[in-house]
Design a protein around this ligand. Structure first.
Ligand code: SF4
Length: 156
């Protein structure tokens, strides 16, 4: 069980997106990160926190703050993004907010949804181009290293 935050605003416009209501940056419900952290701290049955969207990296600073607080409670962090890991790595050199969210993410699911590569057999993602990336290992290596859930590897 996970606590999932759907961030508002997305610039990617993937045809066939499952969450088109999250694209408008002026939509959604404004919430303070401290309020969200309090909600996470009261959710005792969860194993981790997932940042979905929308595009989470548009709000990287606030999400990094939430991720740091959640990790203090032993929770893992999964972040979805329409950007490629390599692009984020490049941006992280000059953008400390991007670096903060990357370094506080355990698993990154990257790349835009491509409806022509849609595959319902995939775990946690919609299209074949999207990758499950082990972020700590990838940051150390300086390149994307795939993460595989030991319980689901036969299905991905
Ligand atoms: S990145 Fe995600 S939320 Fe944004 S348009 Fe693509 S599928 Fe939709």
């Amino acid at each position: 069980m996970r606590f999932v935050i759907f961030t508002q605003g997305c610039p990617h416009n993937c045809p066939g997106c499952h969450n088109p209501e999250t694209h408008d940056p002026t939509g959604g419900k404004l919430m303070d990160s401290t309020e969200i952290i309090n909600m996470i701290e009261q959710a005792h049955l969860i194993r981790g926190v997932t940042f979905s969207g929308g595009e989470p990296f548009l709000q990287a600073n606030a999400l990094a703050k939430i991720a740091i607080a959640a990790r203090r409670h032993g929770l893992d962090i999964v972040t979805y993004t329409g950007f490629l890991f390599e692009k984020l790595l490049e941006r992280a050199v000059t953008d400390t907010k991007v670096l903060a969210l990357l370094t506080n993410t355990d698993i990154l699911i990257d790349g835009p949804y491509k409806k022509e590569e849609r595959d319902l057999r995939l775990a946690f993602r919609g299209s074949c181009n999207q990758r499950l990336i082990d972020v700590p290992k990838s940051l150390t290596a300086g390149r994307a290293i795939t993460w595989q859930d030991p319980y689901l590897k036969n299905f991905s």
